[in-house]
Design a protein. Structure first.
Length: 313
């Protein structure tokens, strides 16, 4: 059996920008002295005249992106999630969100899988922050195929978008001819009748593996990939909750304010359903190898399998 192809979604981001840059001459990329890490260097090499290094000044970068958007160009402002969503929150809110400008924020190195960079750089709060900004679209792709499709969809969408990418290479799971990316629409990856697993980003592939382990125990798990946290695919989640009667959310993010909270907001109002949220449980991360951290915080296949099994039983 051939080895599963793995690519970090930050790599996908850089490649997608370069591809889009060849198609659309109004696409501009900004970074904050992190072109190598965010992979915007790929675009810079191809289109140096449309790349702006704003230096270690993320707040200023968001203001510059806002200004560029008013000229009809489509800027992608890029940095680590901790800086793009955390450090520059006020500028994103007031300079981009409030006037509803067509700025795309490419946030890389999100979540616990940043690894050795430690707690200060492991942003597990960014989705919660971005969800609260009126009119902000929030996208968390699960693999290379989806990340590239998300960047294109963000470019074509009129309005501010926050795209979340990871540092750790993850399995490519969407490389099939039937795959279709649509903002606000989830993807059913596996049918099931006993429990619904709703996941986003890095843990999606692990959820599929966990579902196979659950099947061996006689538990039939439906797996849904929610790549767009806002707007949420209400229709799909409500239907799945009514079908299976139990829902588990899985995210590489705090269980407060992210995918789990979005799903609970929906279900509590329209279809009260027992929910188990799997994610970072109100703690800061720590320095260590990314794969080991994913395992320690229960986001690997074995951790997800154990928690879902306990919840269902």
């Amino acid at each position: 059996m051939s080895e599963v192809k793995k690519i970090a979604t930050r790599e996908s981001y850089g490649n997608a920008l370069a591809e889009l840059g060849a198609e659309f001459d109004n696409l501009v990329v900004l970074d904050a002295d992190l072109a190598a890490a965010t992979k915007t260097g790929t675009f810079k090499k191809a289109f140096p005249d449309r790349h702006i290094d704003c230096g270690i000044a993320e707040c200023n970068m968001m203001g510059i992106a806002a200004g560029i958007a008013t000229t009809g160009k489509v800027p992608f402002a890029s940095s680590f999630a901790m800086f793009a969503a955390g450090r520059a929150f006020e500028q994103v809110r007031n300079s981009i969100g409030y006037p509803h400008l067509n700025v795309k924020i490419g946030a890389t190195h999100a979540g616990i899988s940043v690894g050795e960079d430690g707690a200060t750089h492991q942003c597990n709060e960014d989705v919660a922050l971005m969800r609260t900004i009126p009119g902000m679209t929030v996208i968390v792709p699960s693999d290379d195929v989806e990340a590239k499709a998300a960047v294109r969809a963000a470019y074509l969408h009129d309005g501010p978008c926050y795209l979340r990418f990871g540092r750790l290479a993850v399995p490519v799971i969407n490389d099939n001819p039937d795959y279709k990316f649509e903002l606000g629409k989830g993807v059913v990856l596996r049918e099931g009748k006993d429990v619904t697993i709703v996941a986003s980003g890095l843990p999606v592939s692990n959820c599929l593996e966990a579902a196979e382990k659950l099947a061996a125990d006689g538990i039939d798990a439906k797996v849904i990939n929610i790549h767009t946290i806002k707007p949420l695919d209400d229709e799909l989640i409500l239907a799945a909750a009514k079908e299976t009667g139990k829902v588990v959310t899985v995210e590489e993010h705090s269980v407060i304010g992210g995918l789990g909270s979005a799903v609970c907001d929906l279900l509590s109002e329209k279809a009260p359903t027992p929910v188990c949220k799997i994610g970072i449980n109100d703690v800061f991360g720590e320095s260590g190898p990314a794969v080991e951290l994913v395992k320690k915080y229960g986001l690997d296949a074995d951790g997800i399998y154990a928690k879902v099994k306990e919840f269902v039983k």
